[in-house]
Design a protein around this ligand. Structure first.
Ligand SMILES: C[S@@+](CC[C@H](N)C(=O)[O-])C[C@H]1O[C@@H](n2cnc3c(N)ncnc32)[C@H](O)[C@@H]1O
Length: 228
């Protein structure tokens, strides 16, 4: 028997209401926010997974797994054969120069919600995982990017997602209030023909939803370049 989507919803609602979670590894209470995505963004993310009828999804930056819960809930509704791939090198350690530690609590949350089996998790940087998925010939319908938010990190996530997604796939990018994230996205819009489907600006955490173009754009003429 598969996990019913309402079980995922119950766990997600409980966590969002509490705003905190305890990792069994150390019994310590951790605040979910501002690291995890909020309810408004989560609902938008889940809606895109549903609307696209996505069955293969990709995520960079698992963190507390709150975004993963929203994705998996929608995947369960989309079909029995749905699968999700997530990468995060710091799920079992601390982030360098940062006070956040997870001690595996993101994966524990997925276990509690009954969706751990849907998620192929890699405890590695997305910049390593995504090229490997590409070499394996994998293809996805939708990517959620919330990992390394520096320009070079997001740029690589975007470019590899563009290569991993089917033509006309969806990239949902978090934290687009950050200049480095915006600039990386601008390249994809101005040079790769990606279309902005949604651009939230609520003054806090912002996100953008992009639709990728034909994949042969990666073979365009070397002379084609638009300042961005
Ligand atoms: C804002 S948090 C993600 C929160 C998550 N979306 C949630 O809702 O709980 C960003 C995550 O990106 C991870 N991260 C940092 N660098 C990364 C990289 N190079 N590849 C993948 N994940 C990375 C961090 O460990 C952190 O967990």
């Amino acid at each position: 028997m598969g996990t019913p989507p309402h079980r995922v919803r119950e766990v997600r609602d409980r966590l969002l209401a509490a705003g905190a979670v305890v990792a069994s590894a150390d019994g310590r209470l951790r605040d979910l926010f501002p690291v995890a995505i909020g309810a408004q963004e989560g609902f938008a993310l889940g809606e895109w997974v549903r609307r696209e009828g996505a069955l293969r999804t990709l995520e960079t930056g698992l963190g507390f797994g709150i975004s993963t819960l929203f994705i998996c809930e929608a995947l369960l509704e989309n079909g029995r054969e749905a699968r999700h791939v997530a990468a995060d090198p710091y799920q079992f350690s601390g982030l360098p120069h940062h006070r956040t530690t997870y001690r595996g609590v993101g994966l524990e949350i997925l276990e509690a919600a009954g969706v751990r089996h849907l998620v192929e998790f890699y405890s590695e940087e997305s910049q390593i995982v995504l090229p490997r998925l590409l070499a394996e010939g994998r293809q996805f319908d939708l990517a959620f990017l919330d990992g390394n938010h520096r320009f070079e990190g997001v740029f690589l996530d975007l470019i590899y997602s563009g290569r991993l997604l089917k033509a006309g796939g969806i990239v949902f990018a978090d934290d687009t209030q950050l200049l480095g994230v915006r600039r990386a996205i601008n390249f994809c819009v101005t040079n790769l023909g990606w279309i902005v489907e949604e651009d939230s600006s609520d003054g806090g955490d912002e996100w953008m939803v992009l639709r990728t173009g034909p994949t042969d754009v990666f073979h365009r003429d070397f002379t084609q370049f638009v300042e961005f």
